[in-house]
Design a protein around this ligand. Structure first.
Ligand code: FES
Length: 610
């Protein structure tokens, strides 16, 4: 008997059984027995196989429903359609293909009838596993099917597909299937950035979350329409000027074509960053910082998947950049102090200040400057920045100070604030992190670059200033002043378990902070602590900001290392996460079901026993 397949291995021709390695086949029973019972289940070291007799033909399928693993032997067969009764998914009995996409296809396997006995091939493998799971991931992304995405992610990793290749596939899908960069691509990139510090199981979850959020972002969206670069090759200064102009007048088409021209002309990533940063900071703290964060993430995504994809990916940030609402339209930035005017006045002095400071590069006052940035007088904050520039501080160093100061806002966030206020503190921190990353990328090429670059720092300091009351009164930061926290566990495993336990309950913000401080003051593994924090996010149905907070925290911790400042940053991350945990963890359940189905074990043995 020969059967065709939509998702399984090639069927075996009747009569070739004896040529095949016998270990690949298992005896299901006699054909007569199958005819009488209608169905048999073959157990063994392989996944359970359901053999069905229907209208003169024999079929063999994975007995575990591809949706949640319930036994298909309990289902009904009618008119060539197998129905699973748990959630009523329907499958074509011959091919295993589903009529209900959310349930996924059932793997099928070749079956042989020889000398009155029914044999099934127990190996469900594919000739090219990587290609098979790549196609399945494409299907899952296209139809926004979390379960299919999870299985495909697991399948690709098991087939040895490099993580960067999976990120590339998802990122390009996201860039092509919605009209602009979105939350999903930001989450994908943030999680891909921390893959190197994650254990294998967490990498699977990280890629799954990134992909599912990209798929959700694209679901129902119109695909992106390509634009072309200009036919000419203007010089870099002209392209930078044009990009700023088109952003000011909100001319998206013109801005996209200008950027594409810069890419086609072979601009280096640092030059592209300079041009986009200058255009973006034409408006202050646009879209509460999200617009700049998205731009930074697009650059980081290209670092991960390769700059040959710049023309496909980078223009996706333009739509939001030109449409973003700047803080200059916000009352809080205008009254009682006109912070926008203060930033503009300061910008006009920057070129001279940078010229004065040129040559002195041994500045190490990051932490001290951060404390000044946390002040409550905006003019003095700006003066502190100017003084640092005069002392020769590079823009990236200013960005690092700003990011640390913003982390302190979160670390000292008072518990008496409204819950929604966490997001205000969060926005400043992720914006400051994006400023720091972009300024690092841009380097120290020219004074003109410095002047436009520092506009981002100025805007960040004003956003930080406006959030000052979130630290009134300030939460105490555990571990400061040599505090040992001796009431807490000692060994790292117990501390880690206690930390996860704290995230299991609502409002354990201070306990989470103390446990992080305890881990660090005892000198335990930094990587283990970061992995625990990552696990705390990846097991949740985390919100967009939680992913941002985790990644920005890990980035900033990387800049400071195992210092007091590094401890403050990880405490900020832990406090934010504790304030937003736990959730329902529905995605974790999907990922877990997919993992167990992929590993071949039985998921619901009791339900299957009759
Ligand atoms: S439809 Fe079969 S387990 Fe849900």
């Amino acid at each position: 008997m020969l059967r065709s397949t939509c998702n399984g291995p090639k069927a075996t021709m009747e009569g070739t059984l004896m040529d095949a390695p016998s270990k690949e086949f298992a005896l299901a029973g006699s054909l007569e027995e199958l005819k009488i019972k209608g169905r048999l289940v073959v157990h063994g070291g392989h996944r359970p196989i359901l053999v069905i007799y229907d209208r003169g033909r024999v079929f063999a399928l994975d007995n575990r429903c591809p949706h949640m693993g319930f036994p298909l032997e309990r289902g009904s067969v009618e008119d060539g359609i197998l129905t699973c009764h748990w959630h009523h998914a329907r499958f074509d009995l011959e091919s295993g293909c589903t009529f209900d996409l959310w349930a996924d296809d059932v793997p099928i396997c070749p079956v042989e009838v020889r000398n009155g006995d029914v044999w099934v091939k127990t190996n469900f493998t594919h000739a090219d596993l990587a290609a098979h799971w790549r196609q399945r991931l494409a299907n899952g992304l296209a139809h926004n099917l979390d379960l299919v995405i999870a299985k495909a992610m697991h399948g690709q990793l098991a087939a040895g597909v490099p993580q960067a290749e999976i990120v590339r596939q998802v990122a390009l899908f996201g860039a092509q299937n919605r009209d602009g960069w979105g939350v999903g691509l930001t989450i994908l990139t943030a999680l891909a950035n921390i893959l190197p510090v994650l254990p294998e199981e967490e990498a699977y979850l990280a890629l799954f979350h990134g992909a599912r959020r990209v798929a959700a972002d694209c679901d129902g969206e119109a695909p992106r329409r390509e634009r072309a670069p200009l036919g000419s090759r203007p010089d870099p200064a002209a392209l930078k000027r044009w990009l700023r102009r088109w952003t000011n007048v909100r001319h998206r088409e013109a801005a996209e074509r200008t950027l594409l021209t810069a890419i086609a002309a072979g601009f280096a990533p640092a030059e592209l960053a300079d041009a986009l940063f200058a255009a973006e900071t034409e408006r202050a703290f646009a879209d509460t910082g999200h617009s700049l964060d998205f731009i930074n993430k697009a650059f980081e995504c290209l670092d991960l998947i390769g700059w040959q994809h710049a023309a496909a990916l980078l223009p996706t940030v333009i739509g939001q950049m030109v449409a973003a609402r700047g803080a200059e339209e916000s009352t809080a930035w205008r009254q009682p102090v006109d912070l926008v005017a203060l930033c503009k006045e300061s910008t006009s002095e920057l070129a001279d200040l940078f010229a004065a400071g040129r040559g002195s590069r041994d500045w190490s006052g990051h932490a001290a400057l951060a404390q000044e940035l946390l002040g409550d007088d905006p003019a003095r904050i700006v003066d502190a920045l100017k003084e640092a520039i005069r002392a020769g501080t590079a823009p990236a160093d200013l960005g690092q100070s700003l990011a640390y100061a913003a982390a302190l806002r979160v670390a000292r966030f008072g518990n008496a604030n409204e819950h929604a206020d966490w997001e205000t503190a969060h926005h400043v921190f992720t914006y400051a992190n994006a400023v720091h990353q972009m300024l690092t990328r841009m380097g120290t090429a020219s004074t003109d670059t410095h002047v436009t670059a520092v506009r981002g720092v100025l805007h960040g300091t004003m956003a930080l200033y406006l959030a000052r009351y979130l630290n009134v009164p300030p939460a105490r930061i555990p571990g400061d002043g040599g505090e040992q926290l001796d009431d807490l566990p000692v060994d790292p495993e117990t501390i880690g378990a206690a930390l996860l336990n704290a995230f299991d309950r609502q409002r354990q913000v201070d306990l989470a902070a103390r446990l992080v401080a305890r881990h660090l003051t005892l000198g335990h593994s930094l990587q283990a602590l970061i992995a625990t924090l990552a696990h705390a996010v990846l097991r949740e149905d985390a919100g967009f900001h939680a992913y941002q907070m985790l990644e920005a925290g890990v980035r900033q911790f990387g800049a400071w290392g195992d210092t007091d400042e590094g401890r403050h940053i990880l405490i900020a991350v832990a406090r934010y996460l504790a304030a937003h945990s736990p959730t329902e963890r529905a995605s974790l359940q999907t990922a877990d079901i997919a993992r167990r189905l992929m590993r071949g074990g039985e998921l619901h043995q009791e339900a299957g026993s009759s």
